[in-house]
Design a protein around this ligand. Structure first.
Ligand code: SF4
Length: 181
């Protein structure tokens, strides 16, 4: 069958055909569609290190309703997760275990450093047993400051990550501009 007939635009003017095309055809990039899905269904790995993890757990409760963003499915296996929230103090004893969990997560994956301990060691930065920052061994995408950060702050971190996943180049450019302020 003729394509114009099939589309119901047979015999119509060019302008009418254009209007039909604009109403019914979407052009996009595969990467854009994949990132749209990824940014709206982040699955964090169930994993916590210290007091910040309590706030992370609170973020998953009904009061804060993380489900409205599509992020509430905390996975018990790293193989099903795409986000690691480093929530708490990183001891040197735990560092190899954290690295192993990260390596078990499939690509693409992201990392959030939650709380001052995960960002730079916090209160324990000069301790003999604490790693002063997750970025020393993990590629951190988003930092959520505070001791501990409130669930609202973690949700804001999620939304920043969402922007980064949607358009990594735009997010990096904005981070550079913020740093230059
Ligand atoms: S940042 Fe504060 S609340 Fe979070 S793990 Fe460190 S001491 Fe605990």
């Amino acid at each position: 069958m003729d394509i114009a007939k099939k589309a119901g635009v047979e015999g119509q003017s060019e302008a009418a055909v254009d209007r039909e095309v604009q109403k019914n055809v979407i052009l996009t990039r595969v990467e854009h569609v994949l990132n749209w899905g990824r940014k709206n269904s982040i699955w964090p790995v169930t994993f916590g290190l210290a007091c910040c993890a309590i706030e992370m757990m609170a973020t998953g409760t009904a009061r804060y309703d993380l489900a409205r963003f599509g992020y509430e499915v905390f996975r018990p296996s790293p193989r099903q997760a795409d986000l690691m929230i480093v929530a708490g103090t990183i001891t040197k004893k735990m560092q190899p275990q954290i690295e192993r969990i990260y390596q078990q997560m499939p690509e693409p994956k992201w990392v959030m450093a939650m709380g001052t301990c995960a960002i730079n060691g916090g209160l324990f930065a000069n301790s003999y047993s604490v790693v002063p920052g997750a970025d020393l061994f993990l590629p951190v995408d988003v930092y959520v400051p505070g001791c501990p950060p409130r669930p609202e702050a973690l949700i804001y971190g999620f939304l920043q990550l969402k922007e980064l996943i949607a358009d990594p180049t735009k997010a990096k450019a904005r981070a550079g501009a913020d740093a230059g302020k």
